[in-house]
Design a protein around this ligand. Structure first.
Ligand SMILES: [Fe+2]
Ligand SMILES: [Fe+2]
Length: 335
């Protein structure tokens, strides 16, 4: 840990003066390619006319409207956590100055995401419903459980920084997907097209975020494995136990939100499938037996029209699992 800080504070020169970031001297090419990818795909919610979806929205019954409004309330809460706490925690332990710049971009986009989710329900719902959704997300037991668990990891001064990266990737690539199920389901049914447009843009961002932070985790984890295999095993145990603990809570959250429309089993399959993706980002083997074939094909159809998210995961994830870390090429990000 201390060593990491010393490496980073290499940007102080031998006289102790502060050094400017130099993009012509990049020690990790993945910082540069990620920066280029993220800045190329920059977007803002104000470009997407969500109000054009009001016609579709009015065809949904009360239960389905409730689900749509509240999953976006939940997603707003979780990306508020990412934007306010998540990236700030990760940024304390960067190795390169370019990594810092990439994390600044990610942090800002998490604010765009949080604003976008609330734009959706603030456009579709009535003022009373909007207030109720915010009250719900600020107090709902199972939603708050995941937010507080991860918040506490982000704010611990004594925790291994690698655990903060694990928490970040679990949130990005795993815990959001019980919410993403709904817009992808409607996308697969050609409904709520503008809402889907926002979700497509967010998924495109999240696939890069999860892969990048997972990659930075793997650098630290591989060093730890070389230096202290027992400590690496303990960290791996912690990771899988944490994933189980979050899954236990996620089951309760999903039933509470989705039982009324009968989608809970399908949403949980999708959640397990994405938990495996999160583990892949962290260079680990999958834990659940669920594969793409098990996920509701309408939702997979939605996700495949959204992004080639999963090609991206498999290309990069498999490479890292084999321990062959190579600089990311532009084609790794092709959608
Ligand atoms: Fe996000
Ligand atoms: Fe993200």
């Amino acid at each position: 840990m201390a060593k990491k800080l010393i490496e980073y504070y290499d940007h102080l020169n031998s006289k102790g003066n502060y050094k400017a970031i130099n993009w012509d001297q990049v020690s990790d090419e993945i910082d540069k390619s990620t920066w280029e990818k993220l800045t190329e795909q920059f977007w803002l919610d104000t470009r997407i006319p969500v109000s054009n979806d009001l016609k579709d929205w009015r065809t949904l019954d009360d239960d389905h409207q409730w689900v749509v409004g509240h999953i976006f309330g939940g997603l707003t809460l979780l990306d508020t956590l990412q934007s306010q706490d998540g990236l700030a925690a990760i940024r304390k332990h960067v190795i390169t100055p370019h990594e810092n710049a990439v994390l600044n971009n990610i942090q800002f986009m998490e604010s765009v995401h949080a604003k976008s989710y609330s734009t959706i329900f603030e456009t579709l719902n009535t003022p009373e419903q909007i207030d109720e959704i915010f009250d719900w997300s600020d107090s709902e037991e199972f939603l708050q459980f995941k937010a507080k668990k991860i918040f506490n990891i982000y704010h611990s001064d004594t925790i291994d920084p690698l655990k903060q990266k694990i928490a970040n990737v679990f949130l990005e690539t795993y815990l959001f997907y019980s919410g993403f199920y709904t817009p992808l389901y409607y996308l697969g049914h050609n409904k709520l097209a503008n809402v889907a447009e926002i979700i497509k843009l967010i998924l495109r961002d999240e696939s890069v975020h999860g892969t990048y932070i997972g990659y930075k985790f793997q650098i630290g984890y591989n060093k730890l494995r070389e230096a202290d295999p027992k400590a690496a095993d303990d960290l791996k145990d912690w990771m899988f136990n944490f994933l189980y603990e979050l899954y236990d809570n996620e089951e309760k959250y999903v039933h509470m939100v989705y039982d009324q429309v009968g989608w809970s089993d399908d949403v949980l399959t999708f959640t397990r499938y994405n938990a495996n993706k999160a583990l892949m980002n962290l260079g680990q083997d999958p834990m659940f037996p669920d594969t793409a074939e098990d996920v509701n094909p309408i939702v997979m159809n939605g996700i495949s029209t959204a992004t080639a998210n999963h090609d991206f995961f498999s290309q990069v994830g498999n490479g890292y699992r084999l321990g062959q870390v190579e600089p990311m090429k532009d084609s790794d990000y092709d959608y």
